[in-house]
Design a protein around this ligand. Structure first.
Ligand code: UDP
Ligand code: MN
Length: 333
């Protein structure tokens, strides 16, 4: 049954509809204008700024009105067909082990289906391996290949008694450092930390693409639950269903958020650290750049799972030890 709308809501929707049509026209006219030779050199930048500002205002308005959110999707589709969509910088730490090439193959095939993406792959190694170097060269993706080794197993913090190898911390920081020295403040884009063993629905990339500050969504198969997710009320994050260490300020997995690239450029200190307890890396980064009430819930107000924290089983290789010459001599696996 249709719900009855208040005059204010009707007005909001009418405004949204006008804004969508007007912005689309504006973008179309601007594109035609760009073809002409008589425009100032900074016109593109100025217009992008103006568009971003308008989009932001419409987003504000749309927060409380589902019909408006749908109209906004129409606008985003229009913008996508008419202009370059914001870029997604995917930061992936990776390390040498038997399943590495299989994991990278699977992830790269997902990323090949995502428009305007830049894959930053950081090896946990003192020198770049031939395997990853050759793999990326033939991947057909736009990529950057970096490396930084993780120090030996260490205590995660003063109050954490366990000795663990921190996973991907220095590698993600190296990815951020690369972005900070190669991406300009004018770039429209978003940064996502995609581990090499997770499973990604293509829709999650379009959800995160228009992130103003930090967007969040559910992650399947993590934290000892079927799904961990932000709890959303009237378009805002009001809590979490997390059971593991629920007192963390941002009790969320690395796969469950994306950050606007400009926000990261404006906070050069924001990053990960070797000296925080397990589970606090996400908080370590996010606490410096955003507050919980500013988070932008995606995936239909965090009601859909579009990424899974899958983990690959260690392969059984015990027959290998019976061989005098390993089975993979002269053949890359
Ligand atoms: N990783 C790494 N060095 C390591 C262990 C992991 O660079 O010694 C990478 C790994 O390839 C993955 C990310 O760090 O992209 C997170 O590691 P993992 O998937 O093992 O973490 P978990 O699934 O336990 O959260
Ligand atoms: Mn993992």
């Amino acid at each position: 049954m249709m719900r009855k709308m208040t005059p204010l809501q009707t007005l909001g929707i009418v405004f949204c509809a006008i804004a969508v049509v007007w912005l689309t026209m504006q973008i179309a006219v601007f594109n035609t204008c760009l073809e002409s030779k008589f425009i100032p050199a900074n016109a593109n930048y100025l217009c992008q700024k103006e568009q971003n500002y308008l989009l932001l205002r419409v987003h504000d308005l749309a927060k409380s009105e589902p019909t408006c959110t749908k109209l906004l999707k129409v606008l985003e589709t229009n913008v996508n067909t008419l202009t370059d969509r914001p870029k997604i910088f995917v930061i992936t730490p990776t390390f040498t082990r038997p399943v590495q090439k299989a994991e990278l193959t699977r992830l790269s095939h997902t990323l090949l289906l995502v428009p305007n993406i830049h894959w930053i792959v950081i090896e946990d190694a003192a020198i770049k391996t031939d395997l990853v170097t050759n793999f990326l060269a033939k991947s057909q993706l736009k990529f950057t290949h970096l490396n930084v080794p993780t120090p030996h197993p260490m205590k995660m913090s003063q109050d954490d008694p366990s000795w663990l190898k921190p996973k991907g911390v220095l590698q993600r920081n190296a990815g951020l450092a690369w972005i900070r020295s190669h991406v300009s403040l004018q770039e429209r884009g978003v940064v996502y930390f995609a581990d090499d063993d997770n499973t990604y629905d293509l829709d999650i990339f379009e959800e995160m693409r228009y992130t103003h500050m930090v967007s969040v969504w559910p992650v399947g198969l993590v934290g000892g639950l079927m799904v961990e997710r932000p709890l959303v009320k009237e378009g805002r994050v009001v809590g979490w269903n997390t059971v593991w260490k629920p007192d963390r300020p941002f009790p969320i997995d690395m796969a469950g958020f994306a950050v606007n690239v400009t926000l990261l450029l404006k906070h050069p200190e924001a990053g990960f650290s070797l000296s925080v307890p397990r589970g606090y890396q996400e908080t370590r980064l996010l606490r410096d750049i955003v507050s919980v009430d500013q988070l932008e819930p995606k995936a239909d107000n965090c009601t859909k799972v579009l990424v899974w924290h899958t983990r690959t089983e260690h392969p059984k290789l015990k027959q290998e030890w019976k061989l005098s010459i390993p089975s993979n001599v002269n053949i890359e696996v």
